[in-house]
Write a protein that binds this ligand. Structure first.
Ligand code: ZN
Length: 198
């Protein structure tokens, strides 16, 4: 696609699409496309924070910056128990579900306080052991894997410093976090959306 076609496409995108590209994909755009994106943001008078969000995705983060972005999530509301004063963490939940003879092993990312994340990991072990055994031969194998995986995650959930999954999540959502760093409500809605993703 030549640059004029891209320019026309961007002109026709609605504000929501422009904002989403800026927050999620700015680090994968060619410099000339990035220029078009910035031009559209300025032309439409969209929030200047979006431009900061683009910038942060395109340069190396310092350690302090990374921990600042982590604390935006740590200090957010737990969307599972609604607690506003518990430090949040990020975990993976591994669950096996057998439907008739087919077993699926699903891993999902969840954001919450340590207690809520521990509960989710424990529930996944219980659910896997109830449903997982029926699918043979993978059911039992996945069930054991779920036990080891979720049990390991429980150690992660209570870590005081952001764990590896946490940091990876922050790095993958820098544009959004920078754009909304002064908007705790939007951050909390975003985290709620992550927890409810299917
Ligand atoms: Zn909670």
């Amino acid at each position: 696609m030549d640059i004029e076609d891209i320019r026309d496409n961007y002109k026709n995108f609605d504000d929501y699409t422009i904002e989403n590209i800026a927050m999620k994909d700015a680090n994968s755009l060619r410099p000339e496309v990035l220029k078009i994106l910035k031009f559209e943001i300025q032309k439409r008078n969209l929030s200047p924070e979006i431009l900061n969000g683009i910038e942060i995705q395109n340069r190396k983060l310092t350690k302090d910056e990374l921990s600042e972005y982590c604390s935006l999530i740590e200090n957010s509301t737990c969307s599972i128990c609604s607690s506003e004063n518990k430090k949040l963490n990020i975990s993976m939940i591994g669950e096996v579900v057998s439907i008739i003879v087919i077993s699926h092993y699903d891993k999902r990312i969840k954001v919450g306080c340590s207690e809520c994340l521990n509960k989710l990991n424990t529930n996944a072990i219980i659910k896997s052991s109830l449903l997982g055994w029926w699918g043979f031969p993978w059911g039992p194998i996945y069930t054991i894997r779920s036990y080891i995986y979720n049990y390991g995650m429980r150690l992660n959930n209570t870590s005081d410093k952001p764990n590896g999954i946490f940091k990876e999540f922050v790095r993958g959502n820098l544009g959004f976090l920078e754009t909304n760093k002064n908007n705790p409500k939007r951050i909390s809605e975003f985290l709620n959306g992550i927890n409810n993703a299917i």
